[in-house]
Design a protein around this ligand. Structure first.
Ligand SMILES: *Cc1c(COP(=O)(O)O)cnc(C)c1O
Length: 400
């Protein structure tokens, strides 16, 4: 319930201003800076008649029961729609649920989905091991495919073009606008996992119909919550997403939504600082003799940099490094184990550095994952000099 008199104006204000002020209702009236947490299963009605009327419209923010969400969810939904330039958003309990909801909302038995080979692993699992049980087929394509190549893969039953740019772990940047023209021509729905691009890639301006976020990452920002979002750019699409999510019982904790709202206030500053730090670290690593390739789309000369420069207006702190082929998996494990400032783990977008060896865990059907042992790095808010010194000491222990 935004307070219109004091709502930020997307046309007038910059990103950080909007993230600071969005969805803070009644700040003049009540004085408290942050919106409260509304928890609840039961939502009582003012009369029997109103309850019956409200239930008819239950997919559209009419509060009849806790599973329909409440003011804390709606506040976060408004903020996420603002981040991605969409009109409506649905919050889910995890980022993975935000992948599953639109896929299963649109795909039906007999339909086919196209997914990039670089897709987030659990999304691949859903497509390969669950969707076939419901008669939905998925074909994996080279993420660097062009419009002509995609056209050649098209079949009459292809209903969904799924995108993820850059790709999980391998960081291929997709030519999203070109691929979306093919989807549009065939009347298909285009969905993108925009977790890396978050705000610097505007999915709807580039022809996508649905945008998926793991809010777990940068919006949460502190590695302490799991949440996802599905954002669209029309009410018709919103009702499809909301209807499916609601029918399947999807729900997110309002406490976690409140933490995400808290995270989003500082997100523009964290994002910019961590993106800048990651570029410095990436540039340093690119000079090292142990490293074959740095896969950071924002780094000049890195794979996909030209498309990134055309379509994105910022970066992110997650990137990959590929080691020279002379190193074994044991060498790379020793390098990661030897880091003192980096946790070893999945997820990202928090304030702390993470490193994750990725060789051996990547599944690919139509592309080669990596030309050598690879590590995914997430750069946190630590001092760049300390991060580089840590990487340097551990690289120093690698065999010559
Ligand atoms: C982490 C992640 C997800 C899933 O988010 P969870 O909240 O961990 O389920 C989806 N897509 C990408 C690209 C991710 O990195």
């Amino acid at each position: 319930m935004p307070d219109d008199a004091h709502a930020p104006d997307p046309k007038k204000h910059g990103f950080a201003t909007r993230m600071s002020h969005a969805a803070r209702p009644h700040i003049r009236a009540l004085g408290f800076v942050n919106p409260p947490v509304y928890r609840g299963s039961t939502v009582t009605a003012q009369s029997c008649e109103m309850r019956r009327e409200n239930a008819k419209n239950r997919f559209n923010r009419v509060m009849t029961y806790g599973t329909q969400g409440g003011p804390t969810h709606y506040a976060l939904e408004d903020v996420v729609a603002e981040i991605e330039g969409g009109t409506h958003c649905t919050i889910t309990g995890t980022g993975l649920a935000a992948v599953a909801v639109p896929l299963l909302a649109w795909l039906k038995s007999g339909d086919r989905c196209l997914m990039p080979d670089s897709v987030y692993g659990p999304a691949r699992n859903l497509a390969e091991n669950v969707m076939p049980n419901w008669g939905i087929e998925t074909t994996f394509y080279d993420p660097c495919i062009d419009a002509e190549g995609l056209e050649a893969l098209w079949t009459p039953n292809t209903r969904v073009l799924y995108l993820e740019s850059p790709g999980s772990h391998t960081f291929e940047v997709q030519d999203v606008p070109a691929l979306n023209t093919v989807a549009k021509r065939h009347g298909a729905i285009s969905m993108i996992d925009n977790t890396w691009g978050i705000h610097s890639f505007q999915p709807f301006a580039h022809g996508c119909d649905v945008s998926i976020q793991a809010l777990t990452k940068y919006v949460g920002g502190h590695s302490d919550i799991l949440l996802g979002s599905v954002t669209v750019a029309s009410e018709a699409h919103h009702l499809i997403v909301r209807g499916h999510a609601s029918s399947m019982g999807h729900y997110a904790s309002p406490d976690d939504c409140w933490l995400a709202l808290r995270g989003v206030r500082t997100m523009p500053v964290r994002l910019k600082h961590q993106a800048d730090s990651s570029l410095k670290v990436a540039a340093w690593l690119a000079q090292r003799p142990e490293i074959l390739e740095v896969r950071h789309p924002a780094l000049p000369g890195a794979p996909g940099h030209e498309i990134w420069k055309r379509d994105f207006d910022g970066g992110c702190s997650l990137f990959g490094i590929v080691f020279q082929p002379r190193y074994s998996e044991a060498d790379i494990f020793a390098f990661v184990d030897g880091l003192k400032l980096f946790g070893i783990g999945a997820s990202w977008g928090g304030y702390e550095c993470l490193a994750l060896p990725t060789n051996g865990m990547l599944v690919r059907r139509v592309t080669e994952p990596m030309p050598g042992q690879a590590v995914r790095l997430h750069i946190g808010l630590e001092e760049v000099a300390d991060i580089i010194a840590d990487l340097e000491q551990s690289l120093g222990n690698l065999p010559a």
